[in-house]
Design a protein around this ligand. Structure first.
Ligand SMILES: Cc1cc2nc3c(=O)[nH]c(=O)nc-3n(C[C@H](O)[C@H](O)[C@H](O)COP(=O)(O)OP(=O)(O)OC[C@H]3O[C@@H](n4cnc5c(N)ncnc54)[C@H](O)[C@@H]3O)c2cc1C
Length: 319
């Protein structure tokens, strides 16, 4: 790991003022220090966000849930109001990584972590995302890569929280602006070196989630090779509002499927106006994977997403 300076600002303004060329914000440090140890990044200064009190805490009012960016995943998962009102978000927060990591990793850092792709994480591979000419995953080892939205890079977005937050119409607030998470994450076809539109001198200060309309039920599912201490193969978040037994509004988002949290619009259309039954849930599952473009080693994701979407829809009735 390279030598670096350390700054501990007490306000967002001080944090911005501490940034210089080559500096990096540090929250929990799980992702950043991992990349530093691998020699993938060599920041000259770490600007630690933990001293900024305004960035911490969870508040639910009549309008929305406000989550401070340095709130940990464990704090979000344990919050009673979140578990009651936004079950999918609590389920997502409690499914990421393992308890040790969730006690350190922050919500803001989780959204901004860089891809898990082994080519990206290894200093020896100068892949497309690191200024090289090739996405090695396209023709190489691509078991965990994208089945939607790939090209020219085939990463999947690594954030579990993002999958749930996009399904719940989440927004982020930075020191400069507020924007919907669906507009925050970007496809590699727009910019293959980045995963979002955050500028270098921009800090996520809060994550905002509107209170769901009355009658909305939400559910999040994550399927892994091992259910703890591992990365997801497939994630699905569903927010569904039914009236008179029929689906009036639904949002279905797939994680670990694409370089951004992937809205399964065909699945949503398949469900609108229908009763929620095993059959309509399975139809929606099939619609969710329509148009998928698997690589050589990740075709298994198609039946996996098909079944997980159907199960997550049925589980909204149990949340
Ligand atoms: C074994 C293992 C399994 C894992 N499984 C999962 C999983 O299932 N799901 C999942 O989502 N994650 C998983 N993770 C990843 C882990 O959850 C993330 O690395 C962690 O959430 C990142 O948060 P952090 O606070 O540590 O971020 P940091 O490492 O501190 O920061 C990440 C990036 O964001 C920037 N940054 C951080 N906060 C801000 C801010 N407020 N404003 C601007 N920039 C900021 C930093 O500069 C850095 O580039 C796993 C990790 C391991 C080791």
């Amino acid at each position: 790991m390279n030598r670096f300076e350390y700054a501990s600002p007490q306000s967002v303004d001080q944090a911005i003022a501490s940034m210089n060329d080559g500096a990096a914000f540090k929250a929990g440090g799980i992702d950043l220090l991992d990349r530093m140890k691998e020699g993938v990044v060599r920041p000259s200064r770490l600007v630690d966000l933990h001293g900024i009190k305004d960035l911490r805490g969870i508040k639910l009012d009549d309008k929305q849930l406000t989550i401070g960016a340095t709130t940990t995943l464990a704090e979000l998962a344990a919050n009673g109001a979140v578990r009651e009102q936004l079950a999918a978000l609590a389920q997502a927060a409690s499914s990421a990584a393992n308890p040790q990591i969730r006690n350190v990793a922050t919500c803001g850092g989780n959204l901004l972590q860089r891809p898990r792709c082994w080519y990206f994480r290894t200093a020896e591979f100068k892949c497309l995302k690191k200024g090289g000419a090739t996405c090695f995953a396209q023709k190489g080892e691509n078991k965990y890569h994208a089945i939607f939205g790939g090209g020219p890079s085939y990463i999947v977005h690594p954030s579990t929280l993002a999958t749930a937050l996009v399904a719940l119409d989440g927004r982020i607030k930075t020191n400069k602006r507020e924007l919907a998470l669906k507009d925050f994450f970007t496809l590699p076809s727009a910019d293959y070196e980045k995963e979002n539109v955050l500028a270098d001198d921009e800090i996520i200060t809060h994550i905002l989630v509107p209170r769901p309309a009355p009658g909305t039920r939400t559910h999040f599912l994550s399927i892994k090779e091992r259910q703890v201490y591992d990365w997801p193969l497939a994630e699905v978040a569903v927010a569904l509002r039914a009236e008179g037994g029929k689906c009036k509004a639904v949002s279905i988002v797939l994680g670990a499927a694409a370089p951004i949290p992937w809205r399964a619009k065909k699945a949503e259309l398949a469900l609108i106006g229908k009763s929620i039954t095993g059959e309509t849930a399975r139809d929606a599952g099939r619609a969710a994977v329509d148009g998928a473009k698997p690589l050589a080693q990740n075709g298994y994701k198609i039946p996996l997403f098909e079944a997980t979407v159907a199960r997550a829809i049925m589980n909204t009735g149990r949340s």
